[in-house]
Unconditional design. Sequence first.
Length: 158
Amino acid sequence: MVNKSVLRKLSNQELEGYLKEGNRFVPEAVQTAFEIMEERGRVFSEMEKTAVQQLIQHKKEEEEAKRSEEVETWKDHITEDPDAIRLYARMTIFVSSVLFSTIPGAILLALNLIRLKNTFLRFLRWYLASFFLYFRSTFWFLILILVPLPDTVPKLGS
């Protein structure tokens, strides 16, 4: 939102800076500066008016392109390309890992890597998965088999 009262306090020379190509101001500020200068009696030629309108239009298009790019980023880079490889979204993998444990997340990630045919990562994944399963099974073996269970459960207060 552009505050007109702030722009009205600026001098004509400062407002001219709003109308120059390559400025950093939003299109609404450029439009407001143009209107204020017209109110103050500045006469613009048709060529200058056209240049200002093109500048405003160009800034609006840039703003819209930036906004649509941000929306696409939030959509996890959804594409309209029919030949694109269909992968599980990062958020899906993350949520399944948090809610159900790391194994479902690892499976979804592995499926993505298989679809991408990434051989190094596939090797690394199988190596890490086998190490994880070996470590996990060894851990449970040690816990369940080698750790003796007490014969009697101590009672409270005795």
